[in-house]
Design a protein around this ligand. Structure first.
Ligand SMILES: [Zn+2]
Length: 201
């Protein structure tokens, strides 16, 4: 997939363009997989989660591949999240030492500090543009990781649900009684109702 990069900051991270809707969003670090905003990613996984009672055999075949695909995305996102977390810590330490090593005469001009107390240093770090930028990347990574965790969880449910529906089918409940038919339909409807997740951060 081609990734259209709009901006590269000094941490090597990018503002990416969603392949589906064209929205710009922070996409932390490099990734070779789906370049989709969270809204479009959610839409894709909901499509993948859909169940049709007439295609249970197809679903059984493709379930494993779909599950693997979303697990791989989650694994990648976890790595990116830990890397972003580390980046925030490194950035904090870097600015901290820059402040402490700064000439007293330049403190005000460079960091807006009139004196060098611990509280003042912390405040200056938390207002620093570079620090804030790493924080937004960390937030973007966390939102995405949470979203994918929910998604993988939903695919686990789908697997159990498929197994259950197939058992019902094999037991020929499907065609014999209206009661069991509606049970199958209800079960599918309940299963495909994915909990609402946050949209774009
Ligand atoms: Zn999108």
């Amino acid at each position: 997939m081609t990734v259209k990069r709009k901006k590269k900051n000094r941490f090597g991270d990018y503002l990416a363009t969603c392949e589906d809707c064209g929205a710009e969003f922070w996409f932390p670090l490099e990734s070779g997989t789906l370049i989709l905003c969270n809204g479009c990613l959610t839409k894709r996984y909901r499509e993948d989660l859909q169940l049709d009672k007439h295609s249970l055999d197809e679903h059984m075949e493709e379930q494993h591949l779909r599950f693997e695909k979303w697990c791989a995305l989650l694994t990648e996102m976890k790595d990116l999240y830990y890397a972003a977390d580390q980046m925030v810590k490194t950035e904090r330490a870097r600015i901290d030492s820059e402040i402490r090593l700064c000439e007293p005469d330049s403190l005000e001009g460079r960091f807006g500090l009139s004196k060098l107390s611990e509280a003042a240093i912390n405040g200056a770090i938390e207002r620093h543009g570079d620090y804030l930028e790493t924080l937004s990347l960390l937030r973007a990574a966390r939102t995405r990781k949470d979203l994918l965790e929910g998604c993988v969880e939903a695919f686990r449910d789908r697997r159990s649900m498929l197994k259950y529906l197939t058992e019902l089918y094999v037991a020929q409940y499907y065609d014999r009684s209206q009661v069991s038919r509606s049970r199958v339909e209800e079960t599918i409807a309940k299963h495909t109702r994915v909990p609402r997740r946050e949209k774009e951060e």
